[in-house]
Design a protein around this ligand. Structure first.
Ligand code: ADE
Ligand code: ZN
Length: 354
């Protein structure tokens, strides 16, 4: 747990706090790179490769983004990812996100991608990694943004396919730090992938899993006990289980919460109904992230500002959300301390008189 600094907190509210949230250094820990595909780039790549899409204009693409559930989103999302064909496409996609993230104060990003979405279409992992790693290097050199990759297993596919995917990733092991689990949650419990994550842990990978986005608290227990994950992606359904909340708080298992995503996918009716405030209140290491920002109407700073405003969180709570992002990141301790010092500096400067 990171101590709250001694500041004149009363000076930080309203527009001053919103501005600080936009500028302050932060880590993004729940971001699918395929979910940063803006309609403009989607249409440009479709033209580049002669891919037929059901939409002819940016307006038509955006009009299709009226989701009713996770599955209604995923159907469209996987169709959109069909325009990603070669290394240049993955480079363009990732570089566009890195520039956008840096403008939001992101200094460290741990980004997901879905290898199976691409290999299933005949796109080799070599092309995926070539593009992603080139953009990652440019982000470090030109933006001072550190990026790590976490491939995710598609849970609607079989355990054997997941094991084969982990095997196929072997030659690129130096380019990723962990393994995640995403896609359609209900009906695909973490238990299905116990052997996959055992192997990943044996290979020294950090393990994370989407759990409790739409699925029950039991899926969060499974992710903790059977997959032994270090973070839970989403996890908002934990509020329905007091014993689970206590465990998450006691063990400081971070939740990578994505408020705008949850509203767009109808997990909550609107932002004021979101339970992020209750999770913070329960003592959990809650972080705010953007998930698939091109589809959900906001990048990380939009998520932070809109959530803090909708839930009427104070500046101390806002500080915690940002400090948690560094606490929860897979960082060397020295680097974590440097980022936290920079965060404290940003808050101190904003709270100073004058
Ligand atoms: N893949 C991309 N976004 C996702 C989400 N919110 N839940 C599960 N799988 C995803
Ligand atoms: Zn996600």
């Amino acid at each position: 747990m990171i101590d709250v600094p001694d500041l004149d907190w009363d000076r930080l509210g309203g527009e001053r706090l919103a501005d600080l949230l936009r500028r302050a250094p932060k880590a993004e820990l729940h971001l699918h790179i395929e979910g940063t595909l803006e309609p403009e780039l989607m249409l440009a790549l479709a033209r580049r490769h002669g891919v037929r899409l059901p939409w002819a204009s940016v307006e038509q693409v955006r009009a299709a983004y009226a989701f009713t559930s996770l599955q209604s989103f995923l159907d469209l999302y996987y169709a959109g990812a069909g325009v990603l064909r070669d290394a240049q496409d993955f480079y363009d996609l990732a570089w566009a996100y890195f520039k956008r993230a840096a403008a939001d104060g992101v200094v460290h990003a741990e980004c997901f991608f879905d290898p199976q979405t691409h290999t299933a279409r005949g796109v080799p992992l070599a092309a995926v990694f070539e593009g992603l790693v080139a953009a990652q290097r440019r982000a470090a050199a030109e933006l001072g943004l550190s990026v790590q990759w976490i491939p995710c297993i598609l849970r609607h596919l079989s355990e054997d396919e997941a094991l084969a995917t982990l095997q196929q990733l072997g030659p690129w092991r130096e380019h990723f730090i962990g393994l995640g689990l995403d896609s359609s949650e209900v009906g695909h419990p973490p238990a299905k992938f116990q052997r996959v994550f055992a192997r990943a842990r044996a290979e020294g990978l950090h393990c994370v899993a989407h759990a409790g986005e739409e699925g029950p608290p039991a899926y969060i227990w499974q992710a903790l006990d059977l997959l032994q994950v270090q973070r839970i992606d989403h996890g908002v359904q934990a509020v329905h289980d007091a014993a689970l909340l206590q465990r998450l708080a006691r063990e400081r298992v971070p939740l990578t919460v994505c408020p705008l995503s949850n509203v767009r996918l109808c997990v909550f009716a609107d932002l004021p109904s979101h339970n992020l405030g209750a999770l913070l209140q329960a003592g959990l290491c809650v972080t705010v992230n953007s998930d698939d920002p091109a589809y959900f109407g906001g990048y990380i700073a939009d998520n932070l500002v809109q959530t803090v405003q909708a839930l009427r969180l104070d500046a101390r709570a806002a500080w915690q959300l940002l400090a948690h992002s560094f606490e929860a990141a897979f960082l060397q301790e020295q680097q974590r301390a440097r980022y936290l010092a920079a965060l404290q500096q940003a808050f101190s400067a904003a709270a100073a008189p004058g």
